[in-house]
Design a protein around this ligand. Structure first.
Ligand SMILES: [Zn+2]
Length: 410
């Protein structure tokens, strides 16, 4: 808990220092954040240098993560106006890099490394002599042992407690079932992307909001979302939100992609948790989705084991039965509204489905790599129709499988 909190500690300090409340409305678009306008990668495997031009000087905190080797830069919220495809190609010790919002008020850059490195320099130079402010990161190679020792020292220094990001819901006396909707990805983690640049994180957020409105309008459910804006939420945190809220059902919402050389898959798929994947393709989808934390620069070894290490044991068997029943209800209704994958019910080891006491499914709404699917995924009428179908499936599930069981699946 403490180490996980440390991930957010730097942002907490920044927010306080800048006099911003943690209130999300304070970070509304249009506020004048510093702008990153250009970057340069130079050097080779013995000395790699990354320089980024900024509209003004900012604070910076740099640290490293192992397995895979990464350098993370935490900075105040920055508007990234870098060229398209920036970061896809690396140089020297940097294989690739990503950047984006980590939370309101805080951005992050994550550099994937080809080997362990030492951070020689990490600072921001003020504008001078007509040159803009510049962020400078300089890396040299080191051995694994030194790299890990450095991380251990940093962790000691970063051991700061922050209040939990999500307060457990107070008991309101409202006995309606609580449904948790989990739009995948967010912020620095964009998810899959269509050839034209439509991002999964935006597609699934728009869908989840529509579904939330639809469920709330019915008056039958309480709804909690794991995110309502473009910020990053670690996978373990998503599970924790569902458990802390006492969710009766958890639904993670995603959109898939298939590289063109592998074919042109289409349609929606519903996944449940299993230790052994139902087929190799399902295993690959889970592997991709489980990378979210790595992409965002979260240290996996600090994620608590209560989420990461849960086995499908007796305690989970009932939850699993409910999850599978809901998956079938969902596919039954989805087929009236949208195209399904040829094999629409699968299972694999998704980290986000590991709550032992909350029936959970993950739906891939379609493929952003498929033209017809993409047209649907970005269309208002498809969104309405499909949200209606999911809401109907939730009705069917609670009426058929949960009704009559006094306490439901919890
Ligand atoms: Zn996804």
């Amino acid at each position: 808990m403490a180490v996980r909190a440390a991930i957010w500690a730097f942002f907490g300090v920044l927010l306080t220092a800048a006099g911003w409340a943690a209130d999300r409305s304070m970070a509304a678009p249009g506020e004048s954040f510093p702008v990153a306008t250009a970057f340069r990668l130079g050097g080779d495997e013995s000395d790699t240098r990354f320089v980024m031009d900024l509209s003004r000087k900012i604070e910076l905190h740099a640290f490293t993560l192992a397995d895979p080797y990464r350098v993370v830069l935490d900075i105040p919220q920055v508007t990234f106006a870098l060229p398209p495809k920036a970061g896809e190609q690396g140089r020297g010790l940097i294989k690739a890099f990503r950047f984006g919002l980590m939370m309101p008020g805080g951005s992050r850059m994550v550099f994937d490394l080809s080997k362990p490195v030492r951070i020689e320099k990490a600072f921001v130079m003020a504008a001078a002599d007509g040159a803009p402010a510049r962020l400078v990161l300089e890396l040299t190679p080191t051995d694994r042992e030194s790299f890990l020792r450095r991380i251990a020292l940093d962790e000691k220094a970063m051991h700061v407690e922050l209040p939990p990001r999500h307060e457990p819901k107070a008991d309101t006396g409202d006995s309606r079932p609580l449904v948790v909707l989990d739009p995948g990805h967010g912020g620095i983690d964009t998810g899959t992307e269509s050839p034209g640049g439509v991002m999964e994180k935006n597609i699934v957020l728009a869908f989840a909001k529509r579904l939330r409105d639809r469920l709330e309008k019915s008056g039958k459910y309480r709804v909690v979302m794991t995110r309502t804006d473009d910020t990053f939420v670690p996978l373990g945190e998503r599970v924790r939100i569902a458990r802390d809220a006492g969710a009766a059902l958890f639904m993670s919402i995603h959109a898939d992609s298939m590289p063109h050389h592998e074919g042109d898959a289409q349609g929606a798929t519903v996944y449940t948790l299993s230790e052994k994947a139902s087929d190799p393709e399902a295993a690959k989808v889970a592997e991709e989705e489980n990378r979210a934390d790595v992409i965002a620069g979260v240290d996996l070894k600090t994620e608590p084991d209560d989420v990461a290490g849960i086995l499908i044991d007796l305690a989970q068997r009932e939850t699993k039965t409910f999850s599978v029943q809901f998956a079938h209800d969902l596919v039954g209704e989805l087929k009236t509204a949208t195209r399904l994958h040829q094999d629409p019910i699968k299972s694999a080891g998704f980290r986000v489905l590991r709550a032992p006491d909350v029936p959970s499914v993950l739906v891939e709404l379609g493929y952003v790599s498929n033209q017809d699917d993409l047209k649907s995924l970005t269309s208002d009428s498809w969104r309405d129709r499909t949200a209606d179908a999911v809401a109907k499936a939730i009705d069917v599930y609670f009426a058929t499988h949960v009704a009559g069981r006094r306490a439901g699946p919890n």
